[in-house]
Each structure stands twice: as C-alpha cells, then as structure tokens.
Design a protein around this ligand. Structure first.
Ligand SMILES: [Zn+2]
Length: 221
C-alpha cells in the first residue's frame, strides 16, 4: 500500500489544499508557507467577530484560524472538506485551529450539531470532525452536548435578522450530566453568528461559560 501511495504521488504530486502549489516531503495537506500564516487574523476582524455576539450571548473568547479576506483559496478549502467529504482534512484543520489556541481557558470541547437526517446524508458532521482534531491537539475531551430540535430551513437566502429568528429554539441539551465549567464551541465558518448565539444560549442553561472556535470568519460581504 505504501509503495502504491508513493507511486501515485509520484505521478500525481499532492498540492497544498490552500494555495495549490506542490507539496514537498514532510508536508501534509498544506505547504509550510500556508501553515505559518494560519492564525494571523488581524485584530480588527477579531473585534468584528466579538461584536456579532454583543447583547446576544455571553462569549468569553473567540478563536479563528483563517481570514477569508486575505485567503481567497479558503473558499476552495472549506468546500473540499464539506462537499468532497475529505474527513481527514477536517480533522487536520481542527489541529491547525488547536495551534492557534495558546492558552486554553476552557476545560471541554463541543460542536454545533447537524440535523440527524442531514448528517446521515453527508456521512459526517464537519464541526464534530474539527472539534475532534482540536481535542487531539489540545489533549481535551470532546463531548456532544447539543442536538437540533427540528430541521432548519437554509440560512443562505436570509437576511441577518431573519437568520437569528430562524435559529431560535433550534437546539436543545443532549445531556445534563456535566462536570465542566467552560466549553469551547466549535463550528466551521462564522457568517452572522446566529447559529453560535442559539447554541451558546442553550449551553448557558448548563451553567457553562462559552468560548468559540471557528476555522474562518466570512461575514456577509
Ligand atoms: Zn500553500
């Protein structure tokens, strides 16, 4: 199998999933140049993300691995693991996100759940895989704390206000057994923050502090 793999990569050299240049030996998924730029999210955009939650949910800290503004390649990247079912890439991205978090303030990791039928159709929940990679990188437990109550209509055609209304009461607690104090809630991409606000409000019922980690902030522009 190993021989076959190196044979295949000799004919079809693997490319960086971010900038597309050919990978050299030792590089996995991404080239070194891309890897060192992960986590370099400008403070002004981090502030913009905090503002999404003001007055809506108490969010302690926000961690973001990539910036959409600088990396137009990221669109491809997210698409690759979401729709082309690259689960190993999703886990690896979780590890990259783990590298951004220097001093974890939380003691458990959880993720935004997918509706069961949607998850069955896709075969996995990408937020859960990212959380799994993060848990591995930080040596922390990953728990499934939330579930979706019913299928939400797609958010993509909705305005900001409608998105928040649409997400209300869409999540509930899966388990009340909890000995943790502070949860890191993981999702793939932040757009308006509506989904994360809805989840954070439910987690507050467990008397948990909530921080957020996402691969990227897209915003609505
Ligand atoms: Zn690259």
């Amino acid at each position: 199998m190993l021989i076959l793999n190196s044979f295949i990569s000799a004919i079809y050299p693997l490319n960086c999933k971010c900038c597309q240049i050919s990978l050299v030996k030792g590089e996995q998924h991404f080239c070194l140049n891309c890897e060192v730029n992960f986590g370099e999210v400008e403070a002004i955009h981090r502030e913009e993300v905090y503002q999404l939650f003001w007055g809506k949910a108490n969010i302690e800290e926000v961690f973001i691995a990539f910036q959409f503004f600088k990396h137009e390649h990221l669109q491809n990247l997210i698409h690759t693991f979401k729709y082309r079912k690259d689960q190993l890439l999703a886990i690896h991205l979780g590890k990259v996100l783990g590298g951004v978090i220097k001093q974890p303030v939380f003691d458990v990791i959880s993720f935004v759940p997918m509706h069961k039928s949607k998850e069955r159709k896709r075969g996995f929940n990408q937020a859960e895989l990212i959380a799994k990679g993060l848990g591995e990188a930080l040596g922390m437990p990953v728990l499934s704390l939330l579930k979706r109550t019913n299928s939400t209509s797609s958010q993509t055609e909705k305005g900001v206000f409608d998105r928040f209304v649409n997400m209300e009461n869409k999540f509930e607690i899966l388990t009340m057994e909890n000995s943790y104090k502070h949860v890191l809630l993981v999702d793939d991409v932040i757009t308006t923050g509506a989904t994360l606000v809805a989840c954070a409000k439910v987690l507050e019922q467990l008397k948990l502090k909530v921080s957020i980690a996402c691969l990227a902030y897209r915003g609505l522009h």
